[in-house]
Design a protein around this ligand. Structure first.
Ligand code: PMP
Length: 365
């Protein structure tokens, strides 16, 4: 008689859906070496405001307790700030955590998820983890979402569409006219997620606030984060605004106690210090405009960014450009064979970047 154990795999059976997903290995993460300026993760270069930091430290005094599982104080604050009912809000461990919950709530094997490409790198990963199928729609030559092609890509199997505006990594944002035309074409049983992680950096008046678009559209969900404009990337807190069934599904799929009390309290303190934080955002937007204009003067073609980063399409020169930046102490985010995304940092970082891009153009392009 055969030993039944012999035909079994050596270890626990893992879902084949996980094959091919990058497993981040502990060690030197991107941009955590001896760099002077980390311009690779679209973070806010400014440290927390003193008042926000004090609030976080005070919350740390209760670390022996679980946080408020329902984030009730933060949700009440957000409801007032955005003029939406509390029942239309849900928080999560960063907006990427909320995006993963949205997939858990909508899609599984056999279902399709439509998004532009290139766009935020998490979309293919969380789609694959859900066991669903990615349908990628190429950006236009102008590095923008091709919304007509995205609407055409929707089938009976489509459950969710990600629309990233402003788009990571190209910085382009969608106009009200283009977005409403698209939303009018999407069937009402398909969830459209407007990922507005960089909303606070938008200055183009033609670009709508997604929270206005969601109000009369039950299939629209808006994602926002405290990681970028509010400068709390390390605390992992994001939120969604959506009509009640979607918001309730997000509460069902949440990791229990997934947002720490430090994060909840610091997020509330940030909302209460919003004026000071938005002044910093204004300064970063000013730097974005300066960097964009200077890059254009150097001869680069830079898509108009409404976010806190710019996109340099470098093609085969991408790795060499990233190495040149690394050589002067700047870490950028290269996408092999395509281009580099460079976060707008403090003035000194941007000055060094501009000297590096000028030298690179002189020597290489
Ligand atoms: N959406 C987009 C478009 C992003 O670029 C990012 C961060 N890189 C996120 C969501 C996730 O941010 P967080 O999880 O920190 O809220």
């Amino acid at each position: 008689s055969q030993d039944p154990a012999a035909s079994r795999p050596a270890g626990p059976r893992l879902r084949p859906a996980l094959d091919g997903i990058p497993a981040y290995v502990p060690g030197r993460a991107a941009g955590q070496g001896s760099v002077s300026f980390k311009l690779s993760s679209n973070e806010n270069p400014y440290p927390p405001l003193p008042g926000v930091l004090e609030t976080a430290v005070a919350a740390a005094g209760s670390l022996n307790r679980y946080p408020d599982m329902t984030c009730s104080a933060l949700l009440a604050e957000l409801a007032e700030r955005f003029d939406v009912p509390v029942s239309h809000l849900a928080t999560g461990t960063g907006s990427v955590g909320v995006a993963q919950q949205l997939l858990q709530a909508t899609a599984g094997p056999g279902d399709e998820v439509v998004y532009a490409w290139r766009s935020f790198e998490a979309y293919p990963i969380i789609t694959q983890i859900a066991g669903a199928t990615s349908v990628r729609v190429p950006l236009t030559a102008g590095e923008e979402h091709d919304l007509d092609a995205m609407a055409d890509a929707i089938t009976e199997r489509t459950r969710l569409v990600f629309v990233c505006t402003p788009n990571n990594p190209t910085g382009t944002a969608l106009s009200r006219a283009a977005l409403t035309r698209f939303l009018d074409r999407v069937p009402s049983d398909v969830l459209v997620v407007l990922d507005e992680a960089y909303r606070e950096f938008v200055r183009d008046p033609a670009v709508p606030d997604g929270i206005e678009l969601y109000r009369d559209r039950p299939n629209v969900c808006v994602l926002r984060t405290f990681s970028k404009a509010y400068g709390l990337a390390g605390l992992r807190v994001g939120f969604a605004v959506a009509h009640e069934p979607v918001a309730a599904a997000l509460r069902k799929t949440a990791v229990p106690f997934g947002v720490s009390q430090i994060a909840q309290d610091a997020a509330i303190a940030s909302l209460r210090s919003e004026a000071a934080l938005l002044e910093r955002v204004d300064a970063l937007v000013g730097e974005r405009e300066r960097v964009t204009a200077e890059l254009a003067a150097q001869g680069w073609t830079v898509p108009p960014s409404q976010a806190n980063f710019v996109w340099l399409r470098l093609g085969e020169a991408t790795a060499e450009f990233a190495a040149a930046c690394e050589g002067v102490g700047i870490t950028v985010r290269p996408f092999a064979g395509e281009g580099a995304r460079v976060t707008i940092g403090e003035r000194a970082a941007n000055d060094l970047l501009l000297r590096t891009t000028a030298a690179f153009r002189r020597e290489r392009v």
